[in-house]
Design a protein around this ligand. Sequence first.
Ligand code: XMP
Length: 329
Amino acid sequence: MALPNKRPDDMARITTPELAQAFIEEQVAAVREQVGEKNVLLALSGGVDSSVVAALLIKAIGKQLICVHVNHGLMRKGESEQVVDVFRNQMDANLVYVDATDRFLDLLAGVAEPERKRKIIGAEFIRVFEEEARKVGDEVDFLAQGTIYPDILESKDGVKAHHNVGGLPEDLQFDLVEPVKLLYKDEVRVVGRELGLPENMVERQPFPGPGLGVRCLGAITRDRLEALREADAILRDEFAAAGLEGKVWQYFVVVPDMRATGVRDGKRAYDWPAVIRAVNTVDAMTATVPELDWALLKKITDRILAEVPGICRVAYDLTPKPVGTIEME
Ligand code: XMP
């Protein structure tokens, strides 16, 4: 039986390892009862919610869970590799890894308009996932999803569209398994920790579905995307070293499609600027910009300029939301 969509008023907030263990045991039993001997398909992005659902289902039904990780080429540095390492190597999951980088980047070539980029990425994601679903379709009866309680509260028709593999064709409809749909984000993290997921996965900051695609502004090119990925990795590295992981709500690098002049090794440079974005927020509707330590900003700047080819300037975006949105496009 699927869970109801309403969180019971007397449901205790999961704040401790003990409460998380009790939840895990209860859901393991419920999932086993719901799916029996059948197979379950899950789109595993590597975000907190889908990762926790994967870990929970692996515990409940092992290889009856088929995880599909689609690498759209717009992931952050090391992210897809970590998904494979944690789920296939450490948890021995049934994981299908699809490197669809060329498909996505070819479709996006020359496309500059942000909403068109989003549509192309969203539609292609469904197409790739559908292809994988068809390969195993006959053996699968259930689709697992990392729906959480705010998704239910915030949407009129039940679930936020971008959290879903919504859009699968009629002949590929599955019954849903949504074991964390009554939990708030902080509870999902506590449960994930108890399931043995690595801390950086459990504390992962929100990452938009279109990924680095909306941070490589304008028409994406492979060289600028690579520069963005490297600069973003340095930023995340230094934030983690400074103890800011899980403390600053979201932080990332944006690389606009413009050039700035500079001098490097005595020669004129004409390269891209990198813009650091960091925000704190409760609900992403409004956001403030944290006063980052100057030494930290300087260290990140020095590293990006020294280590990332193609970047010759670094800026910190001071714009709160409103007026600026969190993402730059
Ligand atoms: P904005 O830029 O609208 O972002 O202030 C608010 C939050 O939403 C995320 N975001 C997205 N998430 N698909 C997503 O899944 C998208 O197209 C998208 N655009 C923005 C953004 O990262 C921030 O957390």
